[in-house]
Design a protein around this ligand. Sequence first.
Ligand SMILES: C[S@@+](CC[C@H](N)C(=O)[O-])C[C@H]1O[C@@H](n2cnc3c(N)ncnc32)[C@H](O)[C@@H]1O
Length: 205
Amino acid sequence: MTDKTATLADAHFVRAAERFEHSPISQQLAALTDQVFPLLSLSKAQHWLDFGAGTGAVSVPLAAQVQQVTALDTSAAMLSKLIDKNIANIATLEQDIFCGLHDVYDGVISSMALHHVADIEKLLTCMHQCLHQGGQLALVDLYQEDGSFHGDNAGKGVVHFGFAPQQLLEIAQRVGFKDLSYREIFNIEHKNGRRYPLFVLLGRA
Ligand SMILES: C[S@@+](CC[C@H](N)C(=O)[O-])C[C@H]1O[C@@H](n2cnc3c(N)ncnc32)[C@H](O)[C@@H]1O
């Protein structure tokens, strides 16, 4: 994210945090992990990083399947909603992933956060560097769209109108990920009457 985009995104999520989980989109996305988790190898010995964890839509169900979840997000307002849930094996980390990570993880997961990050290659490099060899990657985001999903893209700090997953896969390959694949995983029914498909990109470090 550029500094200006980061500021816009942070201001947006300060406003959005209060009602975020009650939005029709978040309510649909609550079922996402039922589709994604069966594609992963999860165990009670693992420590996962949830990038752009927000209020915990992924972190909370993930914490029931693994030993530890680190929920990383730049937005204190979003993370405060997750902290309120008081889940013992979720540690929140309020920082930008580009500021560096001290731990090494068994998996990195992310839902609907990539479209806020301008430099995807740099992001995937950070993710690769913070994974154990063989660690799992699972990234969920929108397929390419026309900007109508978020509407006020600039105001919400959105820098990508979704992605072509094949291009994302090629970037992931370039930075060192292996066993890469993607598939359509979910559809969001928007109040504008359109459906927006989501993909999951899977890989290993
Ligand atoms: C649309 S929300 C998704 C939240 C959650 N993953 C979900 O599926 O409900 C995107 C989140 O990504 C966070 N975010 C955006 N850019 C980030 C960055 N560079 N580092 C950490 N978090 C970031 C935002 O603060 C926001 O909480």
